[in-house]
Design a protein around this ligand. Structure first.
Ligand SMILES: O=C(CO)COP(=O)(O)O
Length: 255
């Protein structure tokens, strides 16, 4: 069988909790300035700010094709869940994407494959695209062992999410090796390509679009080395300078 055509490329950035309110809004305004460039026809772009700036960000981005995301949701739409954020409300606020299962949420806030899967189902039910972060915790020093161990650890993370969303729902999987997040540089390109090629097979039978991103200290120069395995990048710190984001967009968009 010939390989399936690859989906449209996509680049996005999470502000995590790095910015204050005004900094987030000026960053989002900066992204708006990038809209309309030549990349627009070739790739999708998204930004995931904190919850509090979601509606103001939606208003800023309204004239553009840049997609807005939220950093988490709860798996129920309404009810007695103090402190949680409803997927319904996130959708109504203007988000199209919801990030789930990030390593920081798994490590610090009790997120598991099970909760990420329930939230992915809730996202799809509310017309949101689940962007689920997956990745192995530790890095083996022998390259071949590292690939096998990563695939073994990521497979149930992927399968639990895919089992929880309708077959035709769009899904984004962000391969983010935990050890490569917040690091000086991204994971070794061969490692990323070898792992993501295998992970793509897990979604091969789906009718919905499944895109695979790489995240973890990604920035300008990262994409070209791993393009064989991934459909784009999910960026953190190194895209919080809008000039770096512009460079990445040009690289991924092939401008
Ligand atoms: O976690 C990440 C994106 O979700 C990546 O963060 P850094 O690029 O800052 O390592």
């Amino acid at each position: 069988m010939p390989p399936l055509p690859r989906p449209r490329r996509i680049v996005g950035v999470s502000t995590k909790m790095y910015f204050d309110l005004q900094s987030t809004l000026s960053y989002v305004r900066g992204m708006l300035q990038l809209d309309g460039d030549a990349w627009n026809a070739r790739i999708d772009l998204f930004v995931i700010p904190d919850f509090v700036t979601l509606m103001a960000s939606a208003e800023i981005l309204q004239p553009s094709s840049i997609m807005l995301g939220a950093q988490d949701i709860f798996w129920e739409d309404k009810g007695a869940y103090t402190g949680e954020v409803s997927p319904l409300v996130v959708r109504q606020a203007g988000a199209k994407i919801v990030e789930l299962g990030h390593a920081e949420r798994r490590a610090m806030f009790g997120e598991t494959d099970e909760t990420a899967a329930k939230k992915a189902g809730a996202a799809a039910r509310n017309g949101l695209i689940p962007l689920v972060c997956i990745g192995e915790k530790t890095h083996h020093s022998v390259a071949s062992a590292a690939v096998g161990a990563a695939i073994q650890e990521c497979t149930p993370q992927v399968n639990s999410v895919l089992a929880a969303v309708p077959d035709d729902a769009e899904v984004i999987l962000a391969y983010e090796p935990v050890w490569a997040i917040g690091a000086a540089q991204p994971a070794d390109p061969d490692h990323v390509v070898n792992v993501t090629k295998e992970l793509r097979k897990l979604a091969a039978g789906r009718s919905g679009v499944t895109r695979i991103l790489y995240g973890g200290s990604a920035g300008p120069g990262t994409f070209a080395k791993i393009a064989e395995g991934v459909d784009g990048l999910f960026l953190g710190r190194f895209a919080h300078d809008i000039h770096n984001l512009k460079k990445v967009i040009e690289e991924v968009g092939g401008a």
